[in-house]
Structures are given as C-alpha cells and as structure tokens.
Design a protein around this ligand. Structure first.
Ligand SMILES: [Zn+2]
Length: 299
C-alpha cells in the first residue's frame, strides 16, 4: 500500500516552510495517492539505517559504561562490553517507538529505559538488572528487583518545570489521549512556535495543526509523536546513565542534604543539552539525525 513518510524537521527551530511542506504532502497524497514526499533519500537501505543506528547506540552505551568504569580505576573494556549490550537494548526500544503505534510507544520507551538502566549498572559495576529506572511522565520509578522492595519514586525537576511552562501558555492543553498512549506528558499547543512538534526535558508538544489521521494513508501525527518519543528515550538515557550518577556523586562529595535529592532528579546536564541545541544547526544535530533516520523509513 502506498505510504507517505512525512518526517521533515519536527522540533523547535523548524522552519515554517516545513509546515507548508506537510500541507503539500497531504494534498499530494489526496491527489496522487503515491509517495511523493519521502523525507530522506540518502542512498541507504532501510536495513542500513537500522544497522547504523544500532551500532551508534551500542557505541554510546559502551563508551558511557567504559568511561565511568575507567574513571573509577576499573576495566574500560569490561564496562564497554556490558554497556554496548545496554545500548543495543536502548536501540531496540527506539526501534519499537518508531513503529508509530500507541501500544509500542509505551513498550518502546520502557525497553529503552531498561537498556539505559543496564548501561548505568555496567557503568557502576553493579550486576545486571540490579537497578532499573522506569519513567512515567515526569516521575521515575527506581526498582531493585533483588532486594524485593517497593520501587522508590523520584520526580524530574526539569521535566516538571517544562510541563508547567507549556501548560500555562495561552491556547495549550494537555493531550490526554496522546499522553495515555505514550506514557509521556503530551501537550497540544497553538501554532505559534514555528514548530509542529517539540520535546523539552521529555515533555512533548504537538502543534494543533498536525494532521490527526483523518487523511487517507497518512500517519503524520503518529510520525511526529514517534519522532519526539525518540527524543524522550534519548533524554531518559542521559538522565539515567549520566545525570543520576553525577548527582549522586556530588551529593556524596559535597556532603549535601540527601533528603531532597532522594525524591528529586536535577538534570545537571540540561544546560549542556540546551547549549548543544543552540550551537549545532538543526540538521547537523546527531540526536535529530537519529530520530529522523528511525522514523522516516518507509514500512
Ligand atoms: Zn527532533
């Protein structure tokens, strides 16, 4: 069946011409009923795309765990091998998110989170599945299966602030169906932001002009959600594999009061993420390339 991939740029910084392109794609689909708007045609096959993405996720997971192990004076390569396995799991979760289906959005994000937890376990030299962090909206549940304790929840400060800021914008509203379908806070916002989709600290925004599936053979709203969910999985990885251990290390070294940090996650890397977003042009950002690569493939 003919299929249209409407996967032009999705986040803040998206030129308005892309919105025009989407509208053009809709009209083209209705008029010609064929795939005239495939977003990417870089000569690589779909399998090539998947292999590249899997390899990069394995490398990022491996380097993360290897680096943490190396910094603590242990074997880089042991950490790398285990971290690469976690990275493959993160990729599998993202790949499932790219299926553009409500059931898969939940499963994909949590599988990716499991992979991120495994990278963190490898980075700290803990045994496999010693600690598992599962995000649901701005709350993260930390499981320790071997200790048979109830999961301890923490709230992500940056994600909560992002949700408050977005929800108080004129014309924005919570997307209840979309939030329930993804396990992620999704807000429908007015088309003032020059973007059709966005992700701030794991909170997804969708422009109210994004087609809602009423167009034949178009799944553009689902594509936008999948694209932004890939960013949520990337954010989960940074929080679990990097920001969490940094926060714990600072609390320990600076003898800070642990009562607040026990329940609140402060993503201390968020300023770096924001700086990277402002310094690197949209199309050159590796995290955007990954989201476009995974979601843009024809099925
Ligand atoms: Zn994006």
């Amino acid at each position: 069946m003919p299929h249209i991939s409407v996967t032009v740029a999705l986040d803040s910084g998206l030129p308005r011409t892309s919105v025009s392109k989407i509208l053009f794609c809709q009209l083209s689909a209705l008029t010609f009923g064929s795939a005239v708007c495939n977003a990417q045609d870089n000569g690589l096959s779909r399998l090539d795309h998947q292999l590249v993405a899997a390899g990069i996720n394995a490398a990022v997971g491996g380097l993360t765990a290897g680096a943490w192990q190396g910094l603590s004076g242990k074997s880089f390569w042991n950490g790398f091998a285990r971290g690469a396995g976690g990275g493959i799991m993160v990729f599998a979760g993202k790949r499932i998110i790219a299926e553009r289906s409500p059931a898969w959005w939940w499963i994909g994000r949590e599988l990716a989170a499991l992979g991120s937890s495994e990278v963190a376990n490898a980075a700290s030299g803990r045994v496999s599945f010693d600690r598992i962090t599962i995000p649901v909206g701005p709350v993260r549940f930390h499981f320790e299966p071997r200790r048979k304790r109830l999961p301890s929840p923490t709230i992500d400060f940056a994600s909560t602030v992002a949700a408050v800021v977005v929800s108080t914008r004129a014309g924005s509203r919570i997307g209840i169906d979309e939030s329930l379908a993804t396990g992620t806070l999704v807000f429908i916002v007015r088309d003032k932001s020059m973007a059709i989709g966005g992700n701030a600290a794991g909170v997804i925004t969708l422009s109210e002009i994004v087609p809602d599936g009423n167009f034949p053979r178009l799944e553009s709203k689902r594509s936008v959600i999948s694209h932004e969910m890939i960013h949520s999985a990337q954010y989960d990885f940074i929080l679990t594999a990097w920001a969490d251990p940094i926060q714990k290390s600072l609390v320990r070294k600076l003898h800070l009061d642990g009562r607040v940090t026990r329940y609140v996650d402060f993503n201390l890397l968020l300023p770096l993420q924001m700086a990277a977003n402002s310094l690197v042009p949209y199309k050159s950002r590796p995290w955007e390339k990954e989201a476009r690569l995974l979601v843009s493939d024809d099925k």
